[in-house]
Design a protein around this ligand. Sequence first.
Ligand code: DO4
Ligand code: MG
Length: 271
Amino acid sequence: MGLVTGDSTLLDLTPAGITHLQTLLENDDPVAELNRIAKQKLPRVELAEVRWCAPVERQEVWAAGVTYLRSKTARMEESDFSATAYDRVYAAERPELFFKSLAEKVAASGEPVGIRRDSKWNVPEPELALVLNSRGKVAGYTIGNDMSSRDIEGENLLYLPQAKIYDHSCALGPWIQLGATEAEAREWKIKIEIRRGGENVFAGDASVGQIKRRFEELAGFLFRSQSFPHGAVLLTGTGIVPPDTFTLQERDEIGIQITGIGWLRNTVMRV
Ligand code: DO4
Ligand code: MG
């Protein structure tokens, strides 16, 4: 457990007894708590020397879908008889929410993300991820990659779990940004760059403000009739879809930036 303070170092919080994320996330004011702890004499580590763990412990990782117009349009184009389902869910009161990953399966920044060997059309989905405490309150934000097999999903919507959940299909990181309001987060930009053999093969951007639903609304539906004693992480959907001719390849390097948070970087492997 560490605190990134903006001066290219990380403050080691473990000597102060902070050994679990959840303790902080359950606190009503984690920023004030960390400011208090940061006044203690704690070891500093250069960020360049840090190997990141995914910022998730026992939280289940869920994802929202079709929350941006761009996602709705792309999905209607990739499928035939499922097209109306995307159209309807975009406008419906109830959002699309699906289970994405167990915490222990999440890739950290610097670890590989996967493309399925039985799929020919794989894309990253760069998404803002809400870090929710056990009361369903947004305690912080991180960057998520909801890796997806578009041909499997497009063939039949009932194949969605196979298109979305497989080894290394979810990345989160590099860390959790605390203390931003929804209004502030809605000003953030999401950017993706994909490099292959040293060349840029795709770049795209979107604005968090384009998400159709409020964060509280998404979290509220997730916590309806379901409790999360350890909290949960909820990816908020993608607004960036590469052209239909694009598919990821092994060794591609994916960089996702959200302006208020940082960079999530992963290399692609076949799984
Ligand atoms: O309905 C399929 C998944 C949608 C999704 O993951 C997204 O919009 O980000
Ligand atoms: Mg997604």
